[in-house]
Design a protein around this ligand. Structure first.
Ligand code: IPM
Ligand code: MG
Length: 388
């Protein structure tokens, strides 16, 4: 192809992306209200084990949820639905980030508890399909990735509202390889998408009595898309008198998170997808690493709760999956309970987990046979709940 043909090819690809985004914007506009769980007679909780250590740790979080919700299950208010098939083997076989049968099952649920899934990367034996996480967030339009990080003794109490469907991820697997010299990716910011994440962050701040929301962008350089995101945050802020909006760039924000004086001022942070991805890993490190943090992916119709670490295939190869740390997915279960309206049970589970992980520490997880199994740890958490 000569240059003119390459440009035409790239323009056509770009046109296709715009068409997809227009359609997505219409879908966003059509979905106005959040599902009200209080009005549901029956809430279906999907359980997706995922890959690697996923099934082992998810089974433990599932067991704890069954234990806490046993009355609700008996009454028929809650139903658990185990969804198989979201494995890398099946995804590779059908060549899709989310096989159709899995999507169909997911859509029969209201909320989903999900173990980590393997994301193929260059050099893997797997075809280079899109991450199942990213695909699920898009398919179910889970636009708010909520990640809390707390270290009370250091005055750290942050809640991240990471935009979860746009930015660098919106067309992350559909960049254009124009020719051997030139590859182009795209980042997407929409009015609707930015407004709903900004509003979700401010609503959360209002509900929890927080006084500050911090927008994190790189609007000084990425002027068009980040500039729009920031402007919309500023617009939305006007509807929330009493809550201050401040504005930081991602580079200095990564530095300020390690500044013990400055970092205590941050409360709720709202940020585009990729910055949120990076900053939440850094933030979780203060609390003991990504293995200790839970993550909620909230949309208007569906919500998914997951561990924020990976699937650790090496642990499975070495036969150590039964020693994997279930704490992150149990944290996700806390967020799930809270989200569907069982705040008391969520508090109990959170309290028990804090006791087991940080205070009493009768059992310790090391990831090897030098420590407790995930199953024994889950029993310990349930015993602790009973003793509360
Ligand atoms: C996360 C993960 C995912 C992401 C990966 C697995 C695609 O890092 O949940 O933060 O980038 O969002
Ligand atoms: Mg990440």
């Amino acid at each position: 192809m000569n240059n003119a043909e390459q440009i035409k090819y790239a323009q056509e690809k770009f046109g296709e992306l715009l068409t997809e985004q227009f359609a997505r914007i219409e879908r966003m506009k059509a979905e106005k209200d959040f599902l009200d769980y209080d009005k549901l007679d029956n809430i279906v909780i999907g359980v997706v084990g995922g890959d690697g250590i996923g099934p082992a740790i998810t089974a433990q979080a599932h067991r704890i949820l069954e234990f806490l919700l046993s009355d609700e299950v008996a009454k028929g208010r809650i139903t658990f639905k185990v969804i198989d098939g979201c494995t890398i083997e099946h995804r590779a076989e059908v060549g899709k980030a989310l096989p159709d049968d899995v999507v169909e099952e997911l859509k029969k649920c209201h909320v989903i508890l999900k173990g980590p899934t393997t994301t193929p990367r260059a050099g893997d034996p797997w075809p280079n399909i899109e991450s199942a996480n990213v695909a699920m967030r898009k398919e179910l339009d889970l636009f708010a990735n909520v990640r809390p990080v707390k270290v009370p003794e250091q005055g750290i109490d942050w809640t991240f509202y990471r935009e979860n469907t746009e930015g660098a991820y919106a067309v992350g697997s559909k960049g254009v390889h124009v020719n051997d010299d030139l590859a182009i990716d795209f980042t997407v910011t929409t009015q609707e998408g930015s407004e709903r994440i900004a509003r979700a962050a401010f609503e959360y701040a209002k509900k929890t009595g927080k006084t500050r929301v911090t927008a994190v962008t790189k609007a000084n350089v990425v002027k068009t898309t980040d500039g729009k995101f920031l402007r919309i945050c500023q617009e939305v802020a006007k509807d929330y008198p009493g809550i201050e909006l401040d504005d930081w760039y991602i580079d200095i924000m990564t530095a300020k998170l390690v500044d013990p004086k400055r970092r205590t001022q941050f409360q709720v942070l709202v940020l585009p997808n990729l910055y949120g991805d990076i900053l939440t890993d850094e933030a979780a490190e203060f609390q003991g690493g990504v293995g200790t943090a839970g993550s909620a992916n909230i949309g208007k119709r569906y919500a998914m709760f997951e561990a924020i670490h990976g699937s650790a295939p090496r642990m499975v190869q070495e036969g150590r999956d039964k020693y994997a740390d279930p704490c992150s997915i149990i944290r996700a279960a806390v967020m799930l309970l809270e989200h569907i309206g069982y705040a008391d049970k969520a508090k109990k589970l959170e309290r028990a987990l804090d006791i087991c992980m940080y205070e009493e520490k009768k059992l310790v997880i090391t990831g090897r046979d030098t420590g407790a199994t995930s199953e024994a740890f889950a029993d310990y958490v349930m015993d602790t709940i009973q003793a509360l």
